[in-house]
Write a protein that binds this ligand. Structure first.
Ligand SMILES: [Mn+2]
Length: 586
């Protein structure tokens, strides 16, 4: 471990762990909360952002879709195909990003009067485009094949499509390999030489830009604004669900998309909000990430993604199907996560508690669930994690990594050096997937562990939680309202988390149907005279650890709670540290 020597207090703090076993880390070093400034001004200083980063968005702010180097080619080709009334097929991915991209393109192409249909694979078909879909499209006389949220790595499949005489337009955002497919046009922010300046669009975002271009090209830029905005409410879903960084174009998509969504006429989305008890007037990027996206993704995980696509296209009956699938999905995850966690902490020599990487496996876990298992494990242990579904012919893994660890790159590197292990792999820095030949499974695991050790060392760093600073002085309701102008919060623009020191617990009570949340009343320097209310989602288990009169430090996001038309401050607790609870770690 590094040692800067000297400061004993600091070392103590460094090794002190919280109730969730994490080390707290202030992201902005050497900066003190400035009591003369407002909470928002402090937030700007701590996060290194300026007021302009959070200015209100207007539609004119969007980049032009024709900034994409291949957009003109794509749109001309499309018009040619539509003029001949030839068949167009949109091929998407099975997750919400892919479904949203498919829905956006389908709706736009319908408006253009195109002869268009769509096809989504199921999990059993595997990720991305396989040859059987090309054969199927050829048999159905498809002349233009458009991918969304996939395609950029399907060199062989697209070669086959071209040999069949099909035209192909790829729209994607996944990591780009050394060889690009021979498509007529590739719309992808990351291909080399791409002139579109924003690199963070997700599949749905790229599809939305393509839709804008085709609409503007046909009807003229001035006449299509309202349709473009309408399509934003769907594009925003994929952007949020796929963890697109909420800066630049993604921030604009989500900002204006949310505004549109609050007055949506889409019967499917309206029913989904109602069934999931989501208040459409208060919808945020976070509500979408935690409540809406999981429901829309449930179909692709354990049934067929077509169900969610139908909902996005307006079918309200599907809201009930998705609600049921989501309940089933939750039950499955709970059971399978417990099994996976047992593999990590269980007795015997297979215990992985101190391992640099975590690898769990089962023949019973479905491919649509392993990503959720590895996600939860990675969150809990802050280590590169893979959950595998084992079958006789093929072993499929889903990987998640801690921030700063590029898991897709590690997989690609192993694939480059040991191509025989792999059916394939791909994904992003923090989430990726792979499939392996069973005979090489152990070799792969050894290689993966070795590379994780190379990068992170043999002793995994303790899991950390970041916060901006300690809040000093009294924090008012209007200050928190001012802070809200930095929304939408999410990936790339995290909800501002602060430290509230030396809070006295006035009341602590587990609440909710399964008592899994913790409701707290605190007395704190920041609340002035009154009590401060706080809620810790999924913190119910700590009720006994923080009885009344305990003194605690709290990491929390300051929020506004509206009840009966009355606004009040409510801290959304992220973690708690007991005063003087020194841990032996370190
Ligand atoms: Mn995607």
């Amino acid at each position: 471990m590094e040692n800067h020597g000297g400061n004993k207090e600091k070392n103590k703090e460094k090794n002190k762990k919280s109730l969730t076993n994490k080390v707290w880390k202030q992201t902005a070093d050497n900066k003190e909360y400035d009591e003369k400034k407002t909470l928002y001004q402090n937030f700007l200083a701590f996060s290194g952002k300026s007021d302009e980063d959070f200015s209100s968005v207007v539609f004119e702010d969007f980049l032009s879709p024709f900034d994409f180097k291949d957009m003109r080619i794509a749109v001309d080709l499309l018009e040619d195909v539509i003029a001949k009334n030839e068949r167009i097929l949109i091929f998407g991915d099975y997750d919400l990003d892919g479904m949203s991209g498919t829905a956006v393109l389908f709706l736009a192409l319908k408006i253009l009067g195109a002869n268009v249909s769509y096809r989504l694979p199921s999990r059993e078909d595997g990720y991305g485009l396989s040859e059987k879909f090309i054969d199927e499209a050829y048999k159905n006389n498809v002349k233009l094949f458009i991918t969304t949220d996939c395609g950029v790595s399907n060199v062989a499949e697209i070669e086959k499509a071209r040999q069949y005489g099909m035209n192909v337009i790829i729209t994607d955002h996944h990591s780009v390999g050394e060889v690009l497919p021979d498509a007529n046009a590739i719309l992808h922010p990351l291909v080399s030489g791409e002139s579109f300046s924003d690199k963070n669009l997700t599949g749905a975002g790229v599809a939305w830009y393509f839709s804008r271009a085709m609409l503007q090209n046909r009807f003229g830029k001035e006449k299509t604004r309202s349709i473009e905005i309408e399509l934003l409410e769907i594009a925003l879903l994929g952007t949020v669900a796929d963890c697109g960084a909420l800066t630049g174009e993604n921030r604009k998509i989500v900002f204006l998309g949310l505004e549109k969504l609050r007055t949506t006429k889409n019967k499917g989305l309206l029913e989904l909000m109602s069934v999931s008890k989501t208040n459409i007037n208060e919808i945020t990027a976070e509500t979408i990430a935690f409540f809406i996206a999981p429901r829309l993704n449930a179909s692709g995980r354990i049934a067929h993604p077509r169900l969610s696509l139908e909902l996005l296209l307006g079918n309200k009956e599907r809201a009930y199907d998705l609600e049921e699938l989501n309940k089933k999905r939750q039950d499955m995850v709970n059971v399978f996560f417990a099994e996976a966690n047992e593999q990590v902490i269980g007795d015997g020599e297979n215990n992985q508690v101190d391992n640099p990487a975590i690898i769990v496996k089962s023949t019973q876990w479905p491919g649509g669930i392993i990503g959720l298992i590895s996600g939860r494990l990675a969150e809990q242990y802050a280590r590169p994690t893979i959950a595998f579904e084992i079958t006789e012919e093929k072993i499929t893994g889903s990987c998640r990594g801690p921030v700063g660890f590029d898991i897709a790159k590690v997989l690609k590197d192993i694939q480059r050096d040991f191509p025989a292990y792999f059916y394939g792999c791909g994904g992003h820095a923090q989430a990726a997937g792979l499939s392996l030949y069973p005979e090489y499974f152990n070799d792969f695991c050894n290689e993966f562990n070795a590379r994780v050790v190379d990068i992170r060392g043999t002793v995994p760093p303790l899991p950390e939680l970041s916060y901006l600073s300690e809040i000093k002085g009294v924090c008012t309701l209007s200050e928190i309202k001012e802070l809200q102008q930095a929304e939408p919060f999410g990936i790339g623009n995290p909800s501002p988390c602060f430290r509230f020191s030396k809070c006295v617990v006035v009341r602590s009570r587990a609440v909710g149907k399964d008592k899994n949340h913790l409701s707290l009343f605190l007395r704190s320097p920041i609340s002035g005279q009154g009590n401060l209310s706080a809620i810790w989602f999924r913190g119910g288990e700590f009720e006994m650890s923080i009885p009344e009169n305990t003194i605690i430090d709290v990491l929390a996001i300051p929020k506004i709670n509206t009840w009966n038309g009355q606004d009040s401050i409510s801290l959304q607790v992220v973690d708690v540290m007991l005063e003087n609870s020194l841990n032996k770690m370190g």
